[in-house]
Design a protein around this ligand. Structure first.
Ligand code: FAD
Length: 556
């Protein structure tokens, strides 16, 4: 009979244990969990804080009793693995009362996850500074939330944003502090303003480009001094600036870790030590596209890696083929999702916009406009010059997950923009359009690749105008009266065929409309008449998102 030991009993650990049982009925399987709860719903914690998830029990997906009864798996809670001896094949354990023992294994799975990063900032040890990783952490924040306290969330990543939203929803006054110049790193600067605005409109005080420099615990409050010198006063703070792999207990085990402490694994999720596997937030695996070492703290990869580790222990020999960075989150009434690389990651890989890759940004509706409830989204697609997909981001109120999942699937299978334009996707009026947003993104990208259209990005607009380009707005005058870019020439699309002679032929024209569709039609016509034209990518919607409110137009 084999003895399998699993360290860490939540996402990766619990999955590996259950899969191992299904593959080997006779093995002795033991989960070692430092906390009081195995297999809790970590991803649900922010929603428990706000009471959106009402009962605490709903977070406790599996109990030790259920593990024993349904899977014949032993769970030792409040027991910590403090060392691994890979030569003797034993794990050294310490129980809550300090008692130590050794547990032998034939195969070992490490799934210790990551603990919140606590930088050495003066005053960081204050009892008013919390984290959100465990069920007891969530109990504490829920109780503070119910008292409607003032909270400062430090870090604008996924957990920081979800915590800010849920504390606000529970009645706290919330400030979200982010040291970078924008929140949510997976989203590019031309996408993330929608999310930042949503947080502000939901009543969250958003401070960008400033970080906590020190904390000082007053009698009845916490003072946070920022790097800018500004001070914030709060009843409590939540630290959410990232995680570090919880792997210090592997010191001296000989199990290879990278310089940041992540456990290095091969495609079978095996570590450098025989019979030792590792999965989840604490491992360094591979980037799906480039094969470069990569880490990602998300539950989906942890689950899939756990299955691969268990398969290999049982001799099935499956492989994990890497991370493709697919993620989604709720930001108040918006959904934001991404897959593949963003432009910052592409730049890090040495890819240049225009030379190596291109992008399109569009604003399609979640379903046909004539059916009630259609919601406009922002959808951005990044692709190589040969059409191979690199990444996508989408933000909106409806249908976001379906679109990113379709693109994530195509991307994972090595798909191209042509594949997206021809994908056969489900359609009926309440759900989509005969030309789905995913098809549309593929078609526009194919038009760009074929040279049928060229785009000017909002970020490049000022430079283009400074070098002589002029803006032609092809919307109706009433639309411009409400909102237009200063200095545009206005000829509505419907009059363009009669009036295009008013436009100077020597001038490069950048055509703009609300989202880019009328501008594309106008640009095709003007090109046929010998004009040098491009389309403002994403139209006024993108311009407004990136630049804020525009001013009414001057006369043409
Ligand atoms: P964990 O699930 O963290 O489990 C590790 C366990 O190991 C812990 O319980 C720890 O106590 C135990 N442990 C560590 N060291 C030892 C030791 N030496 N001895 C014994 N036990 C030990 N991901 C998503 O994909 N979508 C989401 O919406 C999402 N939301 C999240 C919200 C929050 C608030 C948090 C904290 C995380 C969220 N995540 C989300 C991330 C997701 O929860 C993790 O990626 C996933 O849980 C990682 O699984 P894991 O098994 O590697 O680690």
């Amino acid at each position: 009979m084999k003895r399998y030991v699993i360290i860490g009993g939540v996402a990766g650990g619990a999955t590996a244990a259950a899969r191992l049982r299904r593959l080997d009925e006779d093995a002795e399987i033991t989960i070692i969990e430092r906390g009081a709860y195995p297999s809790f719903a970590g991803c649900g914690l922010p929603y428990y804080v706000s009471s959106v998830i009402g009962e605490r029990d709903r977070l406790l997906v599996m109990t030790p009793e259920k593990f024993r009864k349904n899977y014949a798996i032993d769970v030792w809670t409040e027991t910590e693995a403090i060392a691994v001896d890979t030569a003797a094949k034993t794990v050294r354990l310490r129980e809550k009362d300090g008692e130590e023992s050794s547990l032998p294994y034939d195969a070992l799975v490490l799934s210790p996850g990551g603990r919140p990063l606590r930088p050495r900032i003066p005053g960081i040890e204050s009892s008013r500074i919390h984290e959100l990783r465990t069920v007891p952490d969530a109990d504490t924040l829920r109780s503070l939330a119910q008292q409607g306290r003032r909270a400062v969330i430090i870090g604008g990543g996924f957990i920081g944003v979800e915590t800010a939203e849920n504390l606000k929803q529970a009645g706290c006054a919330v400030t979200l502090l982010e040291a970078a110049d924008h929140i949510l790193a997976p989203f590019d600067p031309d996408m993330v303003p929608y999310l930042e605005r949503e947080l502000v409109q939901s009543g969250i005080d958003l401070l960008l480009g400033d970080g906590a420099a020190s904390f000082s615990d007053e009698t009845d409050a916490l003072t946070i001094t920022l790097q800018s010198g500004r001070t914030l006063t709060a009843d409590f703070a939540v630290l959410a600036i990232g995680i570090v792999p919880d792997t210090a207990f592997l010191e001296g085990s000989g199990i290879a870790r990278n310089e940041r402490g992540y456990i290095q694994v091969d495609a079978h999720m095996q570590t450098s030590a025989a019979s030792v596997y590792a999965v989840g937030d604490a491992v360094e695996t591979r980037d799906y596209a480039t094969g470069a070492p990569a880490t990602l703290a998300l539950a989906g990869p942890a689950n899939r890696q756990a299955r691969v580790a268990a398969d290999n222990i049982a001799g099935l020999g499956t492989t994990y083929d890497g991370i493709s960075y697919t993620s989604i989150l709720k930001v108040c009434s918006l959904t934001a999702a991404a897959t593949g690389k963003n432009e910052r990651q592409l730049a890090r890989e040495g890819l240049d916009y225009g030379k190596d890759y291109a992008c399109v940004l569009l604003h399609p509706f979640s379903h046909v406009n004539y059916y009630p409830g259609a919601q406009q989204m922002a959808l951005k697609l990044l692709f190589r010059k040969d059409g191979r997909l690199l990444g996508a981001q989408a933000i909106g109120r409806d249908g976001i997950k379906a679109r990113i999942d379709a693109i994530a699937t195509a991307l994972r299978l090595g798909g191209t923009t042509a594949d997206l334009s021809s994908l056969e996707l489900a359609y009926a009026p309440p759900f989509g359009a005969p030309k789905d947003p995913v098809n549309l993104a593929g078609c526009i990208a194919e038009n760009l690749r074929a040279g049928l259209v060229s785009f000017t990005r909002v970020r490049d607009l000022d430079a283009a105008r400074a070098s002589g380009a002029r803006l032609l707005d092809v919307r109706e005058p009433a639309e411009l009266a409400a909102d237009a870019i200063e200095g545009v020439t206005n000829i509505p699309l419907g009059s363009l065929r009669e009036r295009y002679g008013e436009l100077d032929k020597a001038t490069p024209w950048i055509v703009v409309c609300r989202v880019g569709q009328r501008a594309y039609n106008a640009a095709r016509f003007l090109r046929s008449r010998g004009y040098h034209v491009s389309v403002l990518m994403g139209g006024m919607l993108s311009y407004r998102a990136e630049r804020g409110k525009a001013t009414p137009p001057a006369r043409a």
